[in-house]
Design a protein. Sequence first.
Length: 191
Amino acid sequence: MRKLIPLLLALLLATPALADGTLDGILSPADKQRLLQFESTMADALRQARAGGDAADVALLDRLLTSKPLPFDEAFDPTGPWRCRTIKLGGLLPLIVYPPFKCRIDDDGAGWFLKKLSGSQRTQGRFYTEGPARLIYVGAGHVAGEPPRRYGDDPKEDQVARAERRGKERMLLMFPEPQYESKLDILVLER
């Protein structure tokens, strides 16, 4: 048995660490499905936006999406104020670009937490690491004047997004199949 213990320890240390399943336990089946279908949703939303959107708005969208994702490394600190704008693709209208609003990211000890502070449609939620250059945002929407919700309070207001760093001081949160109006929403955070 004493000879077996070092062998078992060596095998245990040689295997890759497994995810703890925390995010998997939080997301609803509908939001898991949205993330699984992200690529096809994005392609369809971009097709609709490029086919019917204003040329200047399509050019802005293309500029935002052509940059390659950067890692979320220790040199990147997202905490503090951000300008943020929503871009809605597909669905009721091909492409809508809203003016900038105010957002803020804080580290509350459990990780990064985003709040959209102005505008009529707001969100707040937490980021989870999916990989070195991708986070998953899990939050909930609310209308200005209403109390903020948490994910799971009301399934119609739950939000999930793929978050990527697309510049030194730019992040894109891409919401596939949001509950209302569009095929894909992009929340662009810049500072």
